[in-house]
Design a protein around this ligand. Structure first.
Ligand code: ADP
Ligand code: ZN
Length: 615
């Protein structure tokens, strides 16, 4: 049943169903390929708009599109969100009762479904395959396709059953989607699904609406609070490395009146689920979480992702920051970086048994530290990690390119560190070396007679966090190394010689110097461009009202607010202030179904707002 569709027809369907007037990169080509009966293998970043790539052809093609998705918790969300756009969607998984499943099977049989979401293990059931054969399947879409490969970071043995698709449905096209795939993983996906000459897409991993920034880590909880002050009521995620730290930060924020909830693998499953749900429904502003929080977060209006501790590698960092700004609106990714994190992580990595794995992990950590401390566009560095070149000299949306971070010459201080290390015999960890530098009066120093050293107290003019972070940076840049033995003893490397001899300078970044100047997006009634290079030109008061309306409508139907309209769509309403249904329909994100369902209430709210302002 391959069909060739004209561009105007596609655009009409896009607009009616989703309310969008244009495609994101690659979407159109993927939709066309599927409709023409071709297999697809698409690698697109989070927020790239993968769901639309199969939902639109599901809508347009005759028959039912079968979507394989790994998480039961996400299936319901996806079905709810498709239904919001008036698509006939249902899911089949172990959470359904017999009667509910029966109903879904019936609508599959009578051909009334556009979309059927299922979990992969269904393909191990002959009875299910028979039902599909009896139905009219338009195509198969495999979401999170990297789960098929052991080389990926989230291999799921259940996914291997998907090899059955091609065997039983030789003619139906298969479209595979993932946000993470090296070439090895994508070859693996293609082979295991038996893709035939697939239309391949590898989208850019650049996320243009994300602002990347690194700030010097000092009093972390206070710094997070400071950030939240300039981002009132904006939903966001704070990542911390340990469960303890998660609990501590969540409590510190809650104490100051922020609606913050913890999330980590040590919490009971129902509490975890409830906290995620509260975040998803805009009932909690912040989730403080370990990296256990991630998969299954479809919330499109995450406005910031804060890393309060250094992540172990750039891949993880990129994935976690990727949860910000899926709706395409400006969002901020802040990494708080203090050199003190490196010895902590190293301590953990040094205990890895396999030397090859350990060296690999250390290498990745060094790349992460270099990202944080190098005077080079953050975006360019992140993309380089994925072997993608960033062509522009200035990305306009990171702290380096916007001049938020400046460099300072720390050669003299670096020399002090080196000399303190030499004079104490390269036998101590960072804490003691810092004590010597600032001239601390500790038992250890007195016992060892280190108060007699020439370097004792030479660094009094700076505080301990400064020295800790300087040492961390020197480690990160390979001037120092941690002893591979059981204790995190710091040693010099050859690379430090030119600095010790004064032949080279040591520049450090002065991070987040302009912290306080950072303005909240939307805090001005109208204007040009914010401190972070973000648009701030929408009416904040109206936004708050529309957001409240959205929440009420969402609560009424037990769905998350972002499913009613995205933040981006609300912002656009604030700018255009549509006062008729047809004007509202012009806003990106308002399709026919949502105009009919919510249009009147939003238009009334906007009219009422105007009235008040005028009167
Ligand atoms: P992914 O699954 O790739 O992470 P999603 O499918 O969740 O991304 O899409 C992310 C967001 O982008 C959603 O809010 C979606 O509605 C929006 N979106 C998708 N395609 C378009 C488009 N062509 N124009 C505007 N917004 C889009
Ligand atoms: Zn940049």
């Amino acid at each position: 049943m391959p069909t060739v569709v004209s561009e105007p027809l596609l655009l009409t369907a896009l607009s009616q169903t989703f309310g969008y007037s244009s495609f994101r990169p690659h979407q159109k080509e993927i939709v066309e390929a599927i409709l023409a009966g071709q297999d697809v293998l698409a690698i697109m970043p989070t927020g790239g708009g993968k769901s639309l790539c199969y939902q639109l052809p599901a809508r347009m093609a005759a028959g039912t599109a079968v979507v394989i998705s790994p998480l039961i918790s996400l299936m319901k969300d996806q079905v709810d969100s498709a239904k919001e756009n008036n698509m006939a969607a249902a899911y089949l998984n172990s959470s359904l009762s017999g009667a509910q499943a029966h109903k879904v099977y019936r609508s599959l049989e009578d051909g009334s479904l556009d979309l059927l979401y299922i979990s992969p293990e269904r393909f191990a059931m002959d009875s299910f395959i028979d039902s599909l054969k009896a139905a009219r399947v338009s195509f198969f879409a495999v979401d999170e396709a990297h789960c098929l490969s052991e080389w990926g970071h989230d291999f799921r043995p259940d996914y291997l059953a998907l090899g059955q698709i091609r065997k039983h449905f030789p003619r139906a096209p298969i479209a595979a989607f993932t946000a993470t795939a090296t070439n090895k993983v994508s070859d693996n996906i293609a082979e295991r699904l038996g893709l035939r000459d697939p239309f391949q897409v590898r989208a850019s991993f650049n996320r243009p609406n994300l602002f990347y920034e690194v700030r010097a880590k000092r009093e972390i909880d206070a710094q997070i609070l400071e950030f939240l002050k300039s981002h009132p009521e904006e939903p966001g995620i704070v990542y911390r490395t340990t469960r303890d730290a998660v609990e501590k930060t969540a409590a510190a924020l809650a104490k100051k009146g922020i609606k913050a909830l913890p999330y980590h693998a040590g919490l009971p499953a129902d509490e975890r689920g409830a906290n995620q749900e509260a975040f998803s429904r805009d009932e909690a502003q912040v989730v403080v979480a370990t990296i256990a929080f991630g998969m299954g977060i479809d919330k499109s209006n995450v406005r910031f992702v804060i890393h309060a501790d250094l992540p172990k590698n750039l891949e993880g960092y990129y994935q976690e920051t990727g949860r910000a700004g899926r709706d395409g609106d400006p969002s901020i990714c802040v990494l708080f970086y203090g050199g003190g994190d490196i010895p902590k992580i190293r301590h953990f990595l040094d205990q890895m048994n396999d030397p090859e794995e350990r060296n690999m992990a250390i290498h990745r950590l060094n790349q992460m530290a270099a990202y944080a401390s190098r005077n080079s566009c953050r975006r360019r560095q992140l993309l380089a990690y994925f072997e993608e070149e960033w062509p522009e000299p200035n990305c306009g949306a990171c702290d380096i390119c916007t001049g938020k971070a400046t460099t300072a010459d720390a050669s003299r201080e670096a020399q002090m560190v080196l000399s303190a290390l030499v004079r104490t015999g390269e036998r101590f960890g960072a804490a003691h070396v810092v004590d010597v530098l600032v001239g601390a009066d500790t038992q250890k120093i007195r016992d060892l007679g280190h108060d007699q050293l020439k370097t004792y107290g030479v660094g009094k003019h700076k505080d301990k966090p400064f020295w800790r972070s300087l040492i961390g940076e020197m480690l990160g840049r390979g001037l120092l190394m941690l002893d591979p033995g059981p204790y995190p003893i710091i040693k010099l490397t050859e690379a430090c010689l030119p600095i010790l001899q004064g032949k080279e300078t040591f520049e450090v970044l002065e991070l987040g110097k302009r912290d306080k100047a950072t303005k909240s997006r939307g805090s001005q009634a109208s204007g040009s461009s914010g401190e972070d290079g973000e648009a701030v030109d929408y009416d904040r008061a109206l936004f708050d009202r529309l957001r409240a309306l959205r929440k009420t409508l969402a609560q009424r139907q037990s769905i998350p607010p972002y499913m009613v309209f995205s933040d981006k769509t609300l912002h656009e309403m604030c700018r255009q202030q549509p006062k008729t249904l047809s004007a509202l329909r012009e806003i990106a994100g308002v399709g026919d179904a949502k105009r009919d369902k919510y249009g009147i209430e939003f238009v009334q709210e906007i009219r009422g707002y105007e009235g008040k302002n005028v009167g």
